[in-house]
Design a protein around this ligand. Structure first.
Ligand SMILES: Nc1nc(=O)c2c([nH]1)NC[C@@H]1CN(c3ccc(C(=O)N[C@@H](CCC(=O)O)C(=O)O)cc3)C=[N+]21
Length: 286
């Protein structure tokens, strides 16, 4: 048996077609969803992602403004910029690309974004509402993963989901979203003893570790659903995940590739959140 591919690229395309149709409907009311992306300092990776977001926005008929600053930007200057974007009626979503330079407190910056424009879903109010199952912008990568599971008819209910990694933007929220779909959730992390004894129980394994090809067939049980959130570079500098994609093929039931799995879904869900924010703005004016 070889693992079925979870094709994030194809699913993200489907989502983007739906977004585009809804953007066209909004345009009839004179509203163009606007996403402001703030980039402080620049490394090639963040520039790629930011350009990716801008290109996708414009392909869907949305507006994307890039605000780029040197890495010497002060926290006060960034907070002032966010305040200005919060007030701008043309801007429906604000994304401040992480990580930020060390002189800037990330929590302060994220908390300064108006929750109505928090299309990353990182704001404490978004996180709090997500935790208690209330309406909120969901963080894009976890939300994209849930969309992939649903698209492939993988119902988390009653399944044992094992999450490796406990970051605020992926590990912690994806566990909560799986719990809300009645999975039994185990969180593993760098201090977990005998990691394989947990991952080998996983019906659904979420790898968000940050170590290239760390998860091979010895860590998983036959038929497991493997979701690879990793974004690493292998020995040849090629983008690869936390999972050894080739090595798990014979044993896994489903597996996402890197690239072409969770990454494109992150972008698609960001577009959806920005559109939703603009639609909420319309319903408020009605
Ligand atoms: N406030 C904030 N929000 C973010 O959502 C955010 C961030 N900061 N900082 C950086 C990370 C990274 N990130 C990615 C999004 C898409 C791909 C993506 O599309 N990856 C493609 C490959 C792209 C390539 O070729 O490099 C794929 O996996 O198929 C990757 C990474 C969002 N991030």
């Amino acid at each position: 048996m070889t693992a079925k591919l979870i094709d994030g690229k194809a699913v993200s395309q489907k989502i983007k077609v739906q977004v585009k149709e809804r953007v066209e409907k909004l345009a009839q009311h004179g509203i163009i969803p606007g996403l402001a992306v703030v980039l402080v300092g620049e490394n090639s990776a963040s520039l790629t992602y930011v350009k990716n977001k801008k290109k996708t926005c414009e392909a869907l008929g949305m507006r994307s403004d890039l605000h780029q600053f040197p890495d010497t930007l002060t926290e006060q200057e960034l907070l002032a910029k966010i305040d200005q974007l919060n007030q701008d009626p043309q801007i429906h979503g604000i994304l401040v690309q992480l990580p930020l330079p060390k002189q800037i407190d990330e929590f302060k910056v994220i908390s300064a974004i108006s929750p109505e424009k928090d299309v990353d879903g990182f704001h404490p109010i978004s996180v709090g509402n997500m935790m208690i199952g209330k309406d909120a912008f969901l963080p894009c990568t976890p939300h994209g993963i849930m969309e992939l599971l649903s698209h492939y008819g993988i119902d988390p209910s009653g399944k044992h989901a094992v999450v490796i990694g406990r970051s605020n933007i992926v590990g912690k929220p994806i566990g909560q979203l799986l719990l809300q779909k009645d999975a039994t959730v185990t969180y593993c992390h760098s201090k977990t003893k005998d990691l394989a004894s947990f991952t080998a129980q996983a019906d659904i394994l979420i790898a968000a570790i940050g170590r290239a090809k760390f998860i091979d067939h010895t860590f998983i049980k036959p038929g497991a659903v493997i979701i690879d959130v990793g974004m690493n570079r292998d020995e040849n500098g090629k983008l690869c995940g936390d999972v050894d994609f080739e090595d798990v093929q014979e044993k896994a039931g489903f597996v996402t590739p890197v690239p072409g799995g969770v990454g494109p879904m992150t972008i698609a869900m960001l577009m959806g959140n920005t559109l939703e924010s603009a639609e909420k703005g319309l319903s408020k004016t009605k």
